[in-house]
Write a protein that binds this ligand. Structure first.
Ligand code: HEM
Length: 89
């Protein structure tokens, strides 16, 4: 949702998400590989499926992740294109 809240059972909230606010490499990997390949198997389940977004370029992904942090995890660091590049296989 525009304010970062989720939809119960369908989409997790991004506002307050420990993934958005937490370890930068894990946050990047969730976008590059998709949540299912990265997050703990015993996490809360949702009916939607999020695809990987490795098709996006490094600067687009860096802008996207920085936008999420600025809006939904104030005070956390920006994400730079070089950090995205370093996480690609
Ligand atoms: C580029 C746009 C997107 C961004 C930046 C994004 C970001 C994220 C992040 C950071 C998480 C982890 C949240 C957490 O676990 O606390 C997440 C999970 C999730 N997203 Fe996305 N997402 C995007 C697109 C989508 C789309 C298109 C869908 C489906 C229509 C989707 C559905 C989901 C679902 C269902 C989860 C939970 C997945 C799981 O735990 O297996 N996302 N998303």
């Amino acid at each position: 949702m525009p304010n970062g809240s989720g939809v119960p059972g369908m989409q997790p909230a991004l506002a307050g998400s420990p993934v958005v606010a937490g370890d930068t490499n894990r946050f990047i990997d969730v976008l590059l590989k998709g949540p299912a390949a990265v997050l703990a198997p015993d996490r809360e389940k949702f009916s939607n499926v999020m695809p990987p977004f490795a098709i996006l370029g490094n600067s687009d992904l860096a802008s996207l992740l920085t936008y999420l942090r600025k809006n939904f995890a104030p005070g956390t660091s920006e994400v730079k294109p070089e950090q995205i590049a370093a996480r690609r296989n």
